[in-house]
Write a protein that binds this ligand. Structure first.
Ligand code: ATP
Ligand code: MG
Length: 467
């Protein structure tokens, strides 16, 4: 059986067409899950140390080395006419044992972080975020898709690969269980352009990672379909009359646009696509920088601005590490103590959740209060719509420029604009898209499940094509 998989930056979903009907894969009670994985770090237990024959041999080597060193030092000291200070054989043995034990611990730590053992206890979705915040340890990887297109050192690439594998396996097993047949194939959605630090090469690497991860996760047949093309499939089936439409999918990590000929009972034809590697997660960072970070000293003290960007960029592991490694002991109060609180495990994740919540509330309300108790007792921020608009204006400007390019590239205006993606829930974002195409109707699709529905259709056609 083949399924469609929307491996989203923020949310993932899967579906299949069964007897001509769309059937969504359920994850617990939900039809999608937050694309996050938490895996507890398996720290080696020092009590597990016992002297195996191999370690005994290491101990003897250490001891011989220590005895030789002691003899050489004694000879050198005696040559200077001084009395040598010698340590008993027991002392030397204790010291050698300490060294062997330390080497063993280091080796165990290396082995656990390099192995997949620690992935066995992984948690997914919201549970992953909660598990991380509650456990006070381990690793949380949110939105791994954001990192697929970045230059990754081999160790990080391996971790990202494991995570992608785990997510795809979770989806495959959930689907197999629900449908009662082994799921062996998938059509996976891809953005037109992945978020990347290496241009087009980043998108190639991202596809490589997904392809490899899907194979390990047990999929024998995998193909990819651009996300806006998938969203178009869904719209396509609902159109009686053949028309050119513009599909705009504004998600968590990327904004994708496709110009497609749809409907009228003929096959859908995707003529062209455009991508802007920005989305809702960038809005969260903007809200955080605009409204929260001033409480931590941004624009108040002489701290390089990029430190705040590092702290707000929860999906960028190197930036998070960089922020946590800084020493804020000498920063003026109250900002020093607040920055140190933000360095605590899980604090940047919590702040980011608050920024996302503020964004969602302010898309329909004029005020929102965010309590920052975990930074400092009674610390809170009041946000108004004007703050929200100022924070998201850079993204709206980029969206507008992308849509202006699209408009300019087209010979004729399309008949309609079909809007989908979680970020399109924001009336401000929707208004900006409409303002770029005031002459034609804006059709709002299902913001969450449009892409996965189209992928399910493509997956059923992939199977039909094979037989
Ligand atoms: N009411 C709302 N206003 C603004 N943004 C919202 C609202 N509701 C959800 N979002 C945002 O929508 C985004 C998720 O959208 P979606 O599920 O389409 O993304 P995705 O498919 O995971 O990402 P991508 O397609 O970019 O890989 C999140 O950033 C979320 O905060
Ligand atoms: Mg999406």
């Amino acid at each position: 059986m083949h399924i469609g998989i929307d491996f989203g930056t923020s949310y993932s979903a899967a579906a299949a067409i069964i007897d001509g009907e769309l059937s969504l894969v359920r994850f617990g009670d939900a039809e999608q899950f937050r694309t996050a994985v938490f895996f507890p770090e398996l720290v080696p237990d020092p009590n597990d140390f016992t002297l195996t024959p191999a370690l005994e041999a290491q101990l003897e080597t250490q001891l011989r080395l220590a005895r030789t060193q002691q003899r050489q030092q004694a000879a050198a000291v005696a040559a200077r006419g001084q009395a040598p200070v010698s340590r008993s054989d027991d002392e030397l043995r204790r010291e050698a044992l300490r060294v062997v034990r330390r080497q063993w611990m280091e080796e165990q730590t290396r082995a656990t972080s390099a192995s997949v053992a620690s992935f066995q206890h992984a948690l997914f979705g919201e549970e992953a975020v909660e598990g991380y915040l509650e456990s006070g340890g381990g690793n949380l990887i949110e939105s791994p898709k954001s990192m697929f297109g970045y230059r990754l050192d081999p160790q990080v690439r391996k971790v990202i690969m494991h995570i992608a594998t785990h997510i795809l396996e979770h989806i495959r097993l959930s689907a197999s269980h629900q449908f009662g047949v082994p799921v062996r194939g998938a059509v996976i959605g891809r953005p037109v352009e992945f978020r990347s630090s290496m241009g087009a090469q980043g998108s190639e690497q991202a596809i490589e990672i997904l392809r490899e991860a899907a194979a390990v996760a047990g999929f024998d047949h995998v193909s990819f379909l651009e996300e806006p093309a998938a969203a178009a499939m869904h719209y396509h089936q609902s159109l009686q009359q053949r028309q050119y439409a513009l599909i705009v999918d504004i998600g968590g990590g990327t904004t994708d646009v496709a110009h497609a000929q749809l409907g009228g009972g003929e096959a859908a034809y995707i003529a062209r696509s455009w991508g802007l590697p920005k989305g809702g997660t960038d809005l969260d960072v903007s809200v955080s920088l605009h409204s929260f970070m001033p409480q931590l000293g941004k624009d108040q003290i002489s701290m390089p601005a990029h430190r705040y960007v590092d702290a707000a960029s929860v999906h960028n592991l190197p930036k998070q590490r960089e922020f946590r490694q800084q020493n804020y002991r000498l920063v003026d109060e109250p900002y020093g103590a607040r920055l140190r609180a933000l360095q605590e495990l899980g604090a940047t994740t919590r702040l980011n959740q608050m920024a996302e919540r503020s964004k969602i509330t302010l898309s329909t309300s004029s005020r929102h209060r965010a309590e920052l108790d975990f930074i400092e007792r009674d610390l809170a921020v009041e946000l108004g719509s004007e703050d929200f608009l100022a924070a998201i204006e850079p993204f709206l400007g980029q969206l507008e420029r992308t849509l202006a390019t699209v408009r300019n590239d087209l010979d004729e205006l399309p008949a309609s604009v079909f809007l989908t993606g979680g970020t399109s829930r924001s009336p401000q974002v929707k208004a900006r898209v409409q303002a770029c195409f005031p002459e034609i109707p804006l059709v709002q699709g299902d913001p969450s499940l449009g892409v996965v529905s189209g992928l399910a259709v493509a997956a059923s056609e992939a199977v039909a094509g094979r037989h």
